[in-house]
Design a protein around this ligand. Structure first.
Ligand SMILES: Cc1cc2nc3c(=O)[nH]c(=O)nc-3n(C[C@H](O)[C@H](O)[C@H](O)COP(=O)(O)O)c2cc1C
Length: 171
């Protein structure tokens, strides 16, 4: 079993899959990791759509070019009404909560040997229409998943880390 930092270092965006759908026992654990994610005030203002039917995958392909031939994807949405609002400025936790849920699922997938790519390059209007999202639900992320193809490899940008001195401030 990998420690968390090793898992985080080893994860990369997988954009080439074997073509096998994510196995039900793996999918169940991935979803569970999302369901136990922290959310502001534990309001859980998110919805996870499992996209695995041929019809669902066609819908996905109409929303984004970044489907990478997946057979199993998750669409994570945030509820505007259910999310916590910061009293000082009304800032909503919805996108943050949905992103933590997505991150949990991405890391669990990685731990199980399921590759994934977080996809934000999609047309939100198309996602709304294709997945019949009510006005309240904002599509935040597609998590496109599958078992890495034998020649899957990290993209060049994967290891392009900016220097710590640019990113970290001590106060
Ligand atoms: C919020 C977010 C949105 C992203 N959107 C896309 C996307 O639409 N298409 C894509 O191919 N990769 C997307 N990615 C993947 C990033 O490009 C990738 O995580 C980054 O380049 C670092 O590479 P790595 O994941 O291999 O470490 C996204 C990642 C994040 C966190």
């Amino acid at each position: 079993m990998k420690d968390f930092l090793s898992l985080a270092r080893a994860r990369y965006s997988v954009r080439k899959f074997t073509g096998e759908p994510v196995r039900p026992e793996d999918l169940e654990k991935i979803i569970e990791a999302g369901l136990v994610a922290p959310t502001a005030r534990n309001l859980q203002p998110f919805r996870i759509f499992i996209v695995s039917s041929e019809g669902g995958l066609e819908k996905l392909r109409r929303c984004t070019k970044c489907d990478f031939g997946t057979k199993t994807a998750l669409l994570v949405c945030a509820s505007k009404a259910e999310s916590w609002k910061r009293p000082f400025d009304g800032a909503s936790s919805g996108w943050v909560d949905a992103s933590i849920v997505t991150t949990h699922m991405m890391m669990e997938a990685s731990d199980l040997g399921v590759g994934s790519t977080w996809v934000m390059w999609f047309d939100p209007a198309a996602a709304r229409a294709e997945f019949e999202l009510p006005e309240d639900l904002e599509p935040v992320a597609f998590l496109v998943m599958g078992y890495p193809a034998p020649d899957a490899a990290p993209a060049q940008g994967h290891s392009a880390f900016r220097p710590d001195s640019e990113l970290i401030r001590r106060v």
